[in-house]
Design a protein around this ligand. Structure first.
Ligand code: HPA
Ligand code: ZN
Length: 326
């Protein structure tokens, strides 16, 4: 089966994680931002991560080159141009507004820049998209609450709010108030949990933040009762197999728990996370799961259909897209 062409939804991708070395260098030149690299190869050579935090350090450093709304348009447009050939029909993009505050970029400026990239993607490739700004969990609650205040006047322009960044020692319980305000405004929530943090963080994400999906969640098997509950409730887990390996969550792809998650009846989907940093987009992840983990074509088709069903599109559109999967 042609897994690249298989229609799919990307539900776990950080827009800033799609910043390819060539665009990073071009924006650095345009915006006169100094970066410690002089070539694409030098950038890629620096991308060695043994942990989430090692990755995040380079990921936040790379963002320094994003200075204007037009930069975000270029970033989003380049991302969609890339994944148009990897079967993506719909994407829900994470982005990190707090990571751009020090550069004087307001939430609404970033939003407007990304929206223009999304409009171009729909016109050029017929790819639909929705936006999910994320709260950075390494920052404090006051910063999260300020961001919520800044975002809510524009709540019709994003579909959910997420929680990302460094996980260890930063439980979802720290952000209950911020997420309560978001839910009170009728906005959906998602959270990264169970990537490096314990299964208990997934329980907190569900019980305290009211998440509709869990991002990663690969450590859920450490809690058998939670595994049964999440499987029964059908809460989707947006798993990023190749990224997990590159960030040291698993020693190798062969050791990834994806087959066991599927066996446990969990509603897993397959995604890329930070494809430019990992050099592996969503279609590449599907291919790796087939070739290295031996996931059957029929299972990958189920996962592709599920990716549309687990999206935040309105139901008729979810069903229409899921029906494109052969
Ligand atoms: N985990 C947490 N935060 C992130 C990630 C991730 O994999 N990628 C970008 N921000
Ligand atoms: Zn992520």
């Amino acid at each position: 089966m042609d897994l690249m062409a298989l229609p799919k939804a990307e539900l776990h991708v950080h827009l800033e994680g799609t910043l390819e070395p060539d665009l990073l260098l071009a924006l650095a030149r345009k915006n006169q931002v100094e970066v410690p690299y002089s070539s694409r190869d030098a950038v890629l050579a620096a991308y060695q991560f043994g942990s989430l935090d090692a990755f995040l350090k380079l990921y936040y450093a790379g963002m320094a080159v994003l200075r204007t709304p037009a930069d975000f348009t270029a970033l989003a447009e380049a991302y969609f141009d890339k994944v148009a050939s990897q079967g993506v029909r719909h994407a829900e993009l994470f982005f990190d507004p707090q990571a751009h505050q020090d550069k004087g970029l307001a939430f609404v400026d970033i939003l407007q820049g990304i929206e223009e990239g999304c409009r171009r993607a729909r016109a050029k490739h017929g790819i639909s998209s929705l936006l999910i700004p994320c709260i950075l969990r390494h920052l404090d609650e006051a910063s999260a609450l300020r961001l919520v205040d800044e975002m809510l006047p524009h709540k019709d322009r994003f579909v959910a709010v997420g929680l990302d960044s460094s996980e260890k020692g930063r439980p979802p319980s720290l952000f209950v108030k911020a997420f309560q305000r978001i839910r009170d405004a009728g906005i959906k929530t998602v959270a990264h949990a169970g990537e490096e943090g314990p299964a208990d963080y997934m329980r907190q994400a569900i019980d305290l933040l009211g998440v509709s999906r869990i991002d990663h969640g690969v450590r859920i098997l450490e809690d058998a009762a939670l595994t049964r509950e999440v499987a029964r409730a059908g809460i989707p887990l947006t798993v990023c197999p190749v990224c997990n390996v590159r960030l040291g969550v698993f020693g190798s792809l062969e050791q990834h728990h994806l087959p066991r998650l599927i066996e446990a009846g969990l509603a897993v989907t397959i995604h890329s996370d930070d494809p430019a940093y990992i050099q592996s987009y969503i279609g590449d992840n599907y291919v790796a799961c087939a070739n290295t983990l031996g996931i059957a074509d029929s299972t990958l088709k189920t996962i592709a259909r599920r990716s549309f069903q687990a999206s935040f599109l309105p139901e008729p559109e979810r069903a229409r897209l899921a029906a494109l999967v052969p």
